[in-house]
Design a protein around this ligand. Sequence first.
Ligand SMILES: Nc1ncnc2c1ncn2[C@@H]1O[C@H](COP(=O)(O)OP(=O)(O)OP(=O)(O)O)[C@@H](O)[C@H]1O
Length: 221
Amino acid sequence: MTVSLSEPVLQARGLSRSVGERRLWHNLDCDLYPGERLGVVGPSGTGKSLLLRALAGLDRLDAGSIRFQHRELAVWHVPEYRSRVVYLPQRPAIYETTPEDAFELPFTFKINREKRYSRPNALKWLHALGREADFLHRPGITLSGGEAQIVGLIRALLLEPDILLLDEPTASLDGDTAAAVETAVRLWQEDAAHRACLWTSHDLHQIHRLTHRVLDLREAV
Ligand SMILES: Nc1ncnc2c1ncn2[C@@H]1O[C@H](COP(=O)(O)OP(=O)(O)OP(=O)(O)O)[C@@H](O)[C@H]1O
């Protein structure tokens, strides 16, 4: 796979984070290049989620700096940063009544005022992920963990972010749907050459199949 050798779109330097007395990672550097899929691996509890959340500006750091498109995270307008660098949790919370409500809601936010919700786009992603149109109107309360992951991913893809920080995005999915998620992320990236993602997983076959490089948090303690 060919990856652009230009400047990193996301650049983290000297990141450190402890939880209580326990050091998770120390002096960690992380570059993400345009077009790249970077795997983040490590045993449970090594801080993969906390790293992705920190990169999304959702969690604190003990030390270090993060730059996105050559600007420090601290100088970004937070809603703009979070609309461009999107963290997808392993268990997305779907509070809305139906998946379509969940897809539409972010388009009502001021930061997304230039964007419009498109049902055809939502249907395109649903079909890509093996779901029919009636899924749009499923009562949100009936969604399984895997279905909530699908809704969370489509909600993110519809907003066309620059970077996706994907936290075990296929952990609750069957093999076919997991493969469809991998394809969907590739398709999202093919639409614009600069798009890049971090992907955490305990499935090392998936990591090696899908990503260009791997960051192993065991090496950053
Ligand atoms: N908000 C928080 N406050 C305090 N401790 C936390 C917080 N979030 C996570 N932790 C702890 O930090 C450590 C790292 O958690 P994290 O969820 O990032 O690990 P992980 O590598 O993603 O694990 P897994 O592979 O099981 O998802 C864990 O010991 C966890 O209990």
